[in-house]
Design a protein around this ligand. Structure first.
Ligand SMILES: [Zn+2]
Length: 597
């Protein structure tokens, strides 16, 4: 089956991105590299004088970031298109070294600016010559109460390596040392379990294979419960140390503060998702029926229940499908999508040495880029819609924002991409409305992604919040207390329909994201925001599209919660998440009907 993957040089350039739009040739790259090196020197010369000439120092610092980001984008994409290319490896190594130099050269800027009186900084933020730096300055002021004097900041920075240790220990354990037992595969043969084969095994149509994989995976972590608890508890202690040092009242407040997210958003999410658990239970009952089971176990949650609707489509058809699905976003949006296709923004097909997966990347002042590894199926079409969502978010932001506010917050990073995916699903559901098989497939796919993105990640969010509260109160964080907490949450989410098997209580130990505290909730909020936005666009048309484009154009010029308000969604209000969950609930109903036909 496996076809030989072609070398990059033998592929049709029509389907390759144009990195020459960034630097026409190596001479242009070298010239830019030389200029950036000069800028590093010029910035260094400001050390000790930033408070005397703040405008010049800030301008130079952003100019350097901009130069470095372009060099870095170019070098990274150049390597990603063919990782075997030794010259490309060397280029990226040079740019990375320059980026480190640049970072240490500019480290003095913020502490020196903070020696200025707050009134001075506030006046600067209002002054016209600082217009592009208003957000930078107001952020500096906002963070000031939680910023320590320079020597203490230095001490905290040097503690960073120690604070990261629990996560690094976990990664080593999880990636390398954990000894998985042999399990039964679908062909009846035994072989070692791994992270890589757990996914296919837990999705097996053979129930004993799923159960075997589940019990082996959870059981192995269970055996190391004391060790993993020590790692995670070290992570909690690190968060508490920083929380106290930076004068926050809780670890959650500290984490959300960085992205300017009110804690009410986190609470709203948990409330709305908890209220919608009955809708998820309806989906689980359908699952139980389709599988023909008396009891639904935790190892049955990922088994396929719908026959594959394997729609083959080549790249041209996939692109046309995306164009048709995104038509509600208006002619301007479509014309940009066509430009992306025709003007070398996208690197389409796999070739030898190309980075796997897909991403979108920015090159400020040029145009966004998209890396794909397209194969001719529906999943690749969906990936295309997703990545083009990122790319056009970047395009609108960069078109409308100066460099200092041309990035967008992590909180909204997946909103535009998911909005496109949802619009694609809704388009396909319309297109195949008369075909119950296709409808069932599409509904089920949407339900599954909702369940694993919104319900599951919100359950994770509840877990890490409660674990932090336990630690903050000084209560014992033990393998028993954490496992009891996690088991309880599983009972809350799945207990009405599922047999919540005891070993699921150990699952928290295998979630690497828990070492990046208070991060997973963003998956759930982003997904809900996107579903709500897509729904509004389809119902309200032009006016909703205008608001959505304002959101896409906002960058970091306003806090992310405000940017989302432009698109008509208020994440402070549980009603927003609830409205997305209604779409979920409707889809469950639609699946039930399609299965009856
Ligand atoms: Zn994405």
């Amino acid at each position: 089956m496996t076809k030989e993957i072609p070398a990059r040089g033998t592929c049709d350039p029509k389907y390759q991105w144009h990195l020459t739009d960034i630097f026409a040739d190596s001479a242009a790259f070298e010239a830019a590299f030389g200029r950036a090196k000069e800028t590093v020197k010029a910035l260094e010369a400001f050390q000790g004088r930033a408070a005397e000439r703040p405008l010049d120092a800030i301008t130079l610092s952003f100019s350097l970031s901009r130069q470095i980001s372009l060099l870095y984008s170019y070098a990274m994409m150049n390597l990603d298109q063919d990782s075997g290319n030794a010259a490309a490896q060397a280029l990226l190594a040079r740019v990375s070294a320059l980026a480190v130099e640049a970072q240490s050269a500019g480290a003095f800027l913020e502490p020196e600016l903070l020696t200025l009186p707050a009134e001075t900084l506030r006046a600067m933020a209002e002054a016209p010559e600082y217009r592009d730096y208003r957000v930078f300055l107001t952020e500096l002021l906002r963070r000031q109460p939680h910023t320590l004097p320079a020597p203490e900041e230095k001490l905290l920075a040097s503690a960073g390596e120690v604070l990261r240790a629990p996560g690094e220990v976990f990664d080593m354990f999880d990636d390398l040392d954990i000894p998985f037992p042999d399990v039964m595969f679908e062909d009846g043969e035994k072989g070692p379990l791994s992270h890589a084969n757990y996914g296919p095994l837990i999705r097996s149509r053979d129930r004993s294979v799923r159960q075997g994989a589940f019990e082996a995976m959870m059981g192995t972590f269970g055996k190391f419960a004391s060790t993993v608890t020590a790692m995670y508890s070290g992570n909690l202690k690190g968060d508490i140390f920083l929380m106290k040092a930076r004068r926050f009242s809780s670890c959650r407040e500290m984490s959300l503060y960085q992205n300017q997210i009110p804690e009410a958003v986190y609470d709203s999410l948990i409330k709305a998702v908890s209220d919608a658990i009955p809708a998820m239970n309806r989906a689980l009952r359908i699952r139980k029926e389709c599988l023909g089971l008396d009891t639904l176990h935790m190892w049955d949650l990922y088994a396929p229940i719908i026959a594959d609707f394997d729609r083959r489509m080549d790249y041209a058809e996939a692109y046309d499908t995306v164009l048709a699905a995104l038509k509600p976003l208006g002619e301007e949006y479509l014309s940009l999508l066509r430009r992306a296709r025709d003007e070398g923004w996208v690197d389409v097909f796999p070739n030898r040495g190309k980075r796997s997966g897909a991403y979108s990347n920015s090159a400020y002042g040029v145009h966004p880029y998209v890396l794909l590894n397209h194969v001719n199926n529906l999943e690749s079409c969906s990936t295309l819609a997703h990545e083009l969502g990122h790319a056009l978010h970047t395009w609108y932001t960069e078109k409308n924002q100066p460099f200092p506010t041309a990035d967008y917050s992590l909180f909204v990073a997946e909103v535009a991409s998911t909005t496109n995916e949802v619009l694609l699903t809704r388009y396909l559901l319309d297109k195949f409305a008369e075909d119950p098989k296709a409808t069932a497939f599409l509904c089920n796919q949407f339900i599954e992604s909702f369940r694993t993105t919104v319900f599951r990640q919100t359950m994770f969010a509840e877990f890490e919040w409660q674990a932090h509260v336990l630690a903050e109160k000084g209560e014992p964080v033990t393998k028993e207390s954490l496992t009891k907490l996690y088991l309880g949450l599983n009972k809350k989410y799945y207990g009405a329909v599922c047999e919540v098997d005891e070993p699921i209580g150990w699952e928290w130990m295998r979630i690497p994201h828990f070492y990046r505290s208070f991060y997973v909730y963003v998956y759930a909020t982003g997904y809900c925001a996107a579903v709500a936005i897509a729904d509004r666009i389809l119902r309200e048309g032009e006016e909703a599209v205008a608001g959505y484009k304002r959101f896409l154009s906002a960058g970091s010029s306003v806090p992310p919660i405000e940017a989302l308000r432009f698109a008509g969604v208020d994440m402070n209000d549980p009603a927003t998440v609830a409205s997305a969950l209604r779409v979920f609930s409707d889809t469950v109903e639609r699946l039930r009907k399609a299965l009856q036909e």
